[in-house]
Design a protein around this ligand. Sequence first.
Ligand SMILES: NC(=O)c1ccc[n+]([C@@H]2O[C@H](COP(=O)([O-])OP(=O)(O)OC[C@H]3O[C@@H](n4cnc5c(N)ncnc54)[C@H](OP(=O)(O)O)[C@@H]3O)[C@@H](O)[C@H]2O)c1
Length: 247
Amino acid sequence: MQEIIITGASRGFGRHVALKLAKTGRRLHLISRSESADTAAQVIEHGAEAKTWRIDLSQTAKLEKTFSLVLDAIETEETDFIGLINNAGTLNPVGPLGKYDTEEYRSHLELNYVSPAVLTHLFVKRFQKSPVTKRVLFVGSGASQRPIHGWSHYCSSKAGVDMLAQTIALEQDSMDHKVETAVFNPGRIETDMQELLRTLDKEDFPLVDDFIASAKDGRNLPPGQVAEKLVSLFTAESFPHGEITGR
Ligand SMILES: NC(=O)c1ccc[n+]([C@@H]2O[C@H](COP(=O)([O-])OP(=O)(O)OC[C@H]3O[C@@H](n4cnc5c(N)ncnc54)[C@H](OP(=O)(O)O)[C@@H]3O)[C@@H](O)[C@H]2O)c1
């Protein structure tokens, strides 16, 4: 049985990743704040097993306790593949630093950067000595490579994730049973996140017209199509360990 944890599986890209991963011989652990009941039902229809976990990943001080329950549910005796896909993320609040609520700003950084770092730490700590295939994939963004007005927290947290994945990969190279890590940048995909962007004020997000045009011109890809690419990369025999890959 392959055991795979996916964060942000209730909707958007993470939901499509879960559906593409759903096949007999896999157990998926679906994490989000809301119950991922619809995703789980469809995953089960496709022949996989599914467990749902309601965890607010921005509450990072509680992750050792909450995520340990997920790790406890993984049956290490019966598996040859354990995976973690760090997908959950947010853009809110969009706007220049200094403008919005401090708590919202802090929570953004906790979700987009601290939570994937802590989840991966707990995953590696738990499974380092296990001889099975172990993979962690971070869902990154092109925003990690360039500053975008209104996205200081998003660009910097995604840049942090790129460096996190590359540094872990370097460390894992000297381990007996390495955990492979990589970043997957999906490009623009048509999810709630894109919908939200199109409603923003130009003062907060001067690029809004470009994002409206991108949706109109069909430049935003359907999430299912991009999820297919992620899943083939994640489950292939060879994995782009230490790399930042894209769709
Ligand atoms: N959409 C794009 O064009 C695009 C482009 C590049 C990169 N990405 C990246 O792709 C990933 C997925 O984005 P998306 O477009 O699918 O976003 P989305 O449609 O907004 O979905 C976000 C997912 O994350 C979960 N989530 C949000 N806050 C959470 C929290 N505090 N704790 C636990 N789960 C939480 C949500 O579920 P709940 O609300 O139920 O918690 C939902 O399942 C993100 O990392 C994003 O940065 C997206």
